[in-house]
Design a protein around this ligand. Structure first.
Ligand SMILES: Nc1nc2c(ncn2[C@@H]2O[C@H](COP(=O)(O)OP(=O)(O)OP(=O)(O)O)[C@@H](O)[C@H]2O)c(=O)[nH]1
Ligand SMILES: [Mg+2]
Length: 330
């Protein structure tokens, strides 16, 4: 980093996309020096964050998440003059080492619009269905003035619980005939979903989609009332033909103003912040211990005597005992 932190801070607040991208890259870097710079940047940018609507988009592979984000994003930019940041996973990143092209994410039109910023993170960094540094990336995008943050998840099952620790609202895309989703793990996930969208309601499947929506609405009624007080909605849409998108936006607006006025929004964001703090604390402790000379000296001494043990757990116990002795007396 050639310029000082305050230069970066001002540029990001002014909406400099190139520096925003670089700041995200610093967050994602495995180098401790880069991580330290990104933490300093975030420290100063946090006061400028928090003003967006944070939305998670989940659903089984191929449900149409990317196509839906493209439809919603282009609608919001064109009709509401909003600025949209999309955080997604780049499926090709393993091979191409970090491509950031929109066309690889099925968001061709959106990626060409001025009001959009699409950030595919490398698939190697996935942790529970979202990129490892999605929270940091989201804060940076908010400081850069984006009104809506859309986070696309990958994978199925419990992963979406992780996205729930980032966003204000969780949307789930559902394919017609995918009723089995309600069984097993998906049932647990449904407790977190605020809006269930039956996608691909087009090309003759509209009626089936309406019936499915009705069944799902009935199924959702059986869930206990949520802490947010919100009763989850079920709608049909066609992301491909861009139908049903305005209705979805009006549900998002209603949801957002309801959790804002009830105080639930502040409460859940505070919880997310504490979860982030815990994660940062753990990695700081890890980093500190790794770099601590006395710790490394004791560890290396023990490791050099490994042949005497032939039992990693015994070695670990002795190492822990010695560390306790050393650090509890200081
Ligand atoms: N008919 C129809 N096809 C759709 C619709 N939305 C998406 N598709 C198609 O479904 C396929 C998968 O769409 P994606 O948007 O890539 O789905 P995804 O959930 O993002 O997929 P992954 O990221 O791979 O999990 C593509 O061929 C889309 O063209 C829709 O509303 N109607
Ligand atoms: Mg996708």
């Amino acid at each position: 980093m050639n310029q000082d932190i305050s230069y970066w801070v001002n540029q990001i607040i002014d909406g400099n996309r190139a520096l925003l991208s670089q700041a995200i890259t610093l967050c994602e870097s495995s180098l401790v020096e880069d991580q330290n710079i990104s933490i300093k940047l975030l420290e100063q940018l946090i006061p400028y964050s928090g003003k967006s609507i944070r939305i998670g988009v989940t659903g089984t592979p191929g449900a149409g998440k990317s196509t839906f984000i493209e439809a919603l994003g282009t609608y919001l930019i064109s009709n509401h003059n909003l600025k949209i940041a999309v955080l997604t996973i780049d499926p090709s990143s393993e091979r191409s080492k970090g491509s950031i092209l929109g066309d690889k994410t099925r968001m061709n039109l959106l990626s060409s619009m001025d009001g959009a910023f699409i950030r595919p993170s490398p698939s190697s960094s996935i942790l529970g269905g979202v990129a490892k540094y999605s929270y940091e990336t989201m804060l940076l995008c908010e400081a850069a003035g984006f009104d809506i943050i859309l986070i696309e998840t990958v994978g199925v099952g419990q992963s979406e619980i992780a996205v729930n620790q980032l966003v204000d609202m969780l949307l789930m895309l559902h394919i017609i005939g995918g009723g089995d989703d309600l069984q097993g793990m998906k049932r647990g996930l449904l407790e977190w979903v605020d809006l269930l969208i039956i996608n691909k309601a087009d090309q003759g499947t509209e009626l089936m989609a309406e019936n499915e929506a009705l069944n799902l609405k009935n199924a959702l009624h059986l869930f206990p009332l949520r802490q947010s007080g919100w009763i989850p909605k079920v709608v049909t849409c066609s992301s491909l033909e861009k139908r049903g998108i305005n209705e979805i936006w009006s549900i998002i607006e209603t949801f957002y103003s309801s959790i804002k006025s009830s105080g639930y929004l502040d409460m859940s964001r505070e919880l997310h912040q504490k979860i982030w703090f815990e994660q940062l604390l753990r990695s700081s402790i890890h980093q500190f211990v790794d770099q601590h000379q006395s710790f490394n000296a004791i560890k290396n001494e023990k490791l050099s005597a490994y042949d005497e043990y032939h039992n990693p757990l015994l070695l670990l116990r002795e190492l822990k005992d010695e560390l306790k002795k050393k650090f509890s007396s200081n």
